[in-house]
Design a protein around this ligand. Structure first.
Ligand code: PGA
Length: 244
């Protein structure tokens, strides 16, 4: 795994945005895998700036998001569809029909998940997958467990994830307990993966991802099996990693 050190969140965001912009320039119709949360927010701000000030075009870019809360309609202000519209899609020239996010209201998550994975394959696979890492080591909403799950599916959110995400809701009780999450097969099938981490709260998860064994209790550790992963992390997130 290539590790790129940033001083702080802003520098991480700038470096990540340049990485993604390079992918878009090299392949204007690339399929980007996208994530939500505090981590990629600054990266999306930079990409919007590249679009508005430097003319970076997303006209032919296609996107597929890694997860969505189960039970939230797209119109809910904490849905990931809403997050993506507000923080990226509505501010760039991407075609709405080229953006894909799991449907949080699907009645048949099993079939839906299978179709989501098939859609990714039909679109030629993900060229660049952007990920955050949870403080519990999750990627997308693949939570710590007894085994890695390959398929996109309905998942129960872990207690720590619910606590971490309560900051976006009025109270912890309002955080959905389930989500549709992309599985490891589609994530690991990406040609390139860019994972971001910022802040001391992620330091232990980053250390375990890099230095620990591949263990489903640390879902991000599976990235050790992928040949083309770049981690851009700030100094706080890397504070527990042994210098090479
Ligand atoms: P965060 O979430 O970016 O809001 O910290 C990361 C994640 O859960 O993947």
């Amino acid at each position: 795994m290539l590790i790129i050190v940033a001083q702080d969140y802003d520098e991480m965001s700038r470096k990540a945005a340049r990485f993604i912009a390079a992918q878009v320039l090299l392949k204007p119709n690339c399929l980007l895998g996208l994530a939500t949360g505090s981590t990629p927010f600054g990266t999306y701000q930079e990409l919007i700036r590249f679009h508005q000030e430097d003319g970076l075009s997303f006209q032919n870019v296609r996107t597929v998001n890694v997860d969505e809360y189960y039970g939230l309609p797209a119109s809910h202000e904490q849905s990931y569809r809403h997050f993506m519209q507000e923080n990226l899609f509505d501010q760039i020239d991407i075609q709405p029909g080229n953006t894909h996010i799991p449907d949080g209201l699907t009645r048949d998550p099993q079939t839906y998940g299978e179709e989501y994975d098939e859609l990714i394959v039909a679109m030629g696979g993900i060229d660049l997958q952007l990920l955050g890492i949870g403080s519990n080591g999750h990627i997308a909403f693949n939570e710590p467990g007894r085994y890695f799950s390959a398929q996109t599916r309905l998942v129960d959110l872990n207690k720590l994830t619910i606590e971490d995400n309560a900051r976006f809701f009025e109270s912890e009780d309002e955080v959905p307990r389930q989500a549709i999450s992309m599985g490891m097969k589609s994530i690991l099938g990406s040609k390139r993966i860019l994972i971001l981490a910022s802040g001391a709260g992620k330091a232990e998860a980053v250390r375990e991802m890099l230095e620990g064994p591949i263990d489903p209790m640390v879902p991000a550790s599976i990235l050790q099996l992928h040949p083309n992963v770049t981690l851009i992390a700030d100094k706080d997130a890397l504070s527990l990693v042994q210098p090479a």
